[in-house]
Design a protein around this ligand. Structure first.
Ligand SMILES: Cc1ncc(COP(=O)(O)O)c(C=O)c1O
Length: 359
């Protein structure tokens, strides 16, 4: 057989995977450590029994969009939902990126921004954060000066955890309004931070904010994300979405979840409290860490420990604790990222790390 050749520009694009190892404490993919509320589960199962499976789902996802819009005081025409916020980002790039167009990212940041850009044929312009992982005005100006069609910001940024300053986001959005570009603020962890770019979303600004049910809503298994955007962006995203792209079960799952906003806020509060405790625990150990506005913390074993990030990661796995190994990623040499888990999981992680790093 003569095998068909994959697109030449995809041949070098690497996928994005977090190795799953069978361990007792899994703190590597920024999931919620707890399942959704039992009442959500019961309501979901009851609704599933009523589904007419021989019918296509509601193509416009009307109920889910209305529910999300009400949460944020926006019109339902300003909401677009898809299979995880990754698919939302893919839709944005299908509509506003593509061959002959460019997307700007500021590294280190969420690897999928540049990955999805490349898959959609969008050229990537890489900006660099400074050594504290902050974005300087001069680097921003340099990158914006190249005239990107789409600019990605990630706040809180994955994997650094840093929240972008509001004035910086406004600066980029103002620039985009003049330049005819689109700003995407990825807020997959937005609920854990104390500022959101959602306040900027309206029909007169070229900014969209993507969010997900995967993290704060404890629903990573559902694959549901959404974007809050000007009406004209939502129309563009609908033009690239496949018909009936959101299945019936997912629309029900998301719509029902919105009945549990109070529980969601409680979980966020608990995780923020745990994050503070985890940061304090790390501060007592010989590691460098970065201030996080998300449900994870980036840290690096100090040079005085004599251990590399890879060695610490291996030693944690030996103690049945899995964190994200960023040690060999460009710009993140030696770094590891730990997801905030339950109190018990965080204690297990801190105890294992203390043992590894020694007195
Ligand atoms: C910054 C960021 N954006 C988007 C996503 C994708 O989330 P989803 O599960 O909604 O596709 C993630 C997942 O880890 C993320 O870290």
């Amino acid at each position: 057989m003569k095998r068909p050749r994959i697109r030449a520009d995809l041949a070098l694009v690497e996928g994005y995977h977090s190795p799953q190892v069978d361990v007792a404490v899994r703190l590597n993919t920024n999931e919620s450590p707890v399942p959704p509320p039992a009442a959500w589960h019961d309501a979901f199962v009851a609704e599933l029994a009523r589904v007419e499976w021989h019918r296509y789902p509601d193509r416009s996802c009307a109920e889910l969009r209305a529910g999300l819009a009400a949460q944020y005081g926006l019109d339902p025409t300003m909401v677009f939902a898809a299979n995880g916020s990754n698919e939302v980002l893919q839709s944005v790039l299908l509509a506003y990126g593509g061959p002959g167009r460019t997307a700007a990212v500021f590294e280190p940041t969420y690897a999928l921004h540049s990955h999805i850009a490349r898959v959609t044929g969008t050229a990537v312009i890489e900006g660099e954060r400074d050594e504290d992982f902050r974005l300087t005005r001069s680097e921003l100006d340099r990158v914006l000066g190249t005239g990107p069609d789409v600019v990605f910001l990630c706040s809180p940024n994955n994997p650094t955890g840093l929240v972008e300053p509001p004035e910086l986001v406004r600066y980029v959005v103002d620039w985009a309004g003049e330049a005819g570009a689109l700003v995407v603020v990825d807020e997959a962890y937005g609920q854990f931070a104390d500022w959101s770019a959602i306040e900027l979303v309206d029909d007169d600004r070229p900014v969209v904010v993507s969010r997900t049910f995967s993290k704060t809503w404890s629903m990573a298994g559902a694959r549901l994300g959404y974007v809050l955007a000007p009406t004209w962006v939502v129309e563009a995203l609908e033009s690239v979405a496949l018909p009936y792209h959101l299945d019936t079960a997912k629309q029900i799952a998301g719509t029902l979840a919105l009945r549990f906003v109070d529980e969601m806020h409680e979980r966020v509060d608990q995780l923020v409290t745990e994050r503070t405790r985890l940061a304090a625990g790390l501060a007592a150990l010989p590691v460098q860490q970065w201030e996080s506005g998300a449900n994870f913390i980036l840290f690096r074993p100090g040079a005085d420990t004599g251990l590399t990030g890879q060695q610490v990661w291996d030693a944690l796995v030996q103690r049945s604790v899995l964190v994200r190994n960023c040690a060999s990623w460009p710009r993140l040499e030696g770094c590891l990222r730990v997801t905030v888990g339950t109190t018990t999981e965080n204690d297990a992680f801190l105890a294992a790390l203390a043992e590894i790093l020694g007195p």
